[in-house]
Design a binder for this molecule. Structure first.
Ligand code: URA
Length: 192
């Protein structure tokens, strides 16, 4: 199948998905968006309220911060990356997705990874990092480390929502560390 139609088929499948209970409360599925030629895939946790209302990933406050980190911190235009989430429907009240919801949804993210074939994956926060690495280790222990994963360069980073709760930009703060991380992404990207 042609690659574009494979993406379209997958998006249709997600839009109709009823594999877990999140389908009962969602307004829209949030499939993912960005450049289908991108070398970078960014993986978040799941849609929040604005994402649920618009059907687009990372468009709320955390999303705006993500755009700033990419563009101002890394010099990487948002539209040049591909952005997806572990779960495609909003967990009510922005709770963490449950294991069974992650499991039900993971075939879609697996398919997105196969279709995009990124060279760099950035996981934002605990949920995508633990899903991809099949680990219980927390983000604070893992962030900033380049980890080889299925031949891909994987970098766990703090979730932008966490940064919104930790405003300090002092050396060693989560925001400062994130700035280091995105600069290291740009450095690697420039070698690819
Ligand atoms: N947080 C996420 O993890 N994903 C989004 O799409 C929005 C907020």
């Amino acid at each position: 199948m042609e690659i574009i139609s494979a993406w379209e088929e997958l998006e249709k499948k997600v839009a109709a998905c009823q594999k877990c209970k999140l389908c009962e409360t969602r307004h829209n599925t949030v499939f993912g968006e960005g450049s289908l030629d991108s070398k970078i895939m960014i993986i978040g946790e799941g849609p929040g309220e604005e994402e649920d209302m618009t059907g687009r990933p990372f468009v709320g406050r955390a999303g705006q911060l993500l755009t700033l980190i990419l563009e101002k911190g890394g010099g990487i235009p948002r539209e040049t990356v591909y952005i997806a989430n572990v779960v495609k429907c909003r967990p009510p009240g922005n709770r963490n997705p449950k294991q069974e919801e992650i499991l039900a949804c993971s075939e879609y993210l697996e398919a997105q990874l196969l279709l995009l074939r990124p060279q760099i994956v950035i996981t934002m926060g605990n949920v995508p990092t633990q899903w991809i690495l099949k680990t219980n280790k927390g983000i604070t222990a893992l962030r900033g480390q380049w980890i080889p994963w299925r031949g891909i360069k994987l970098l766990p980073m703090f979730h932008p929502s966490y940064l919104l709760r930790n405003e300090s930009k002092e050396q060693g703060s989560p925001k400062w560390l994130t700035n280091q991380d995105i600069k290291s992404v740009k450095k690697i990207l420039d070698t690819l």
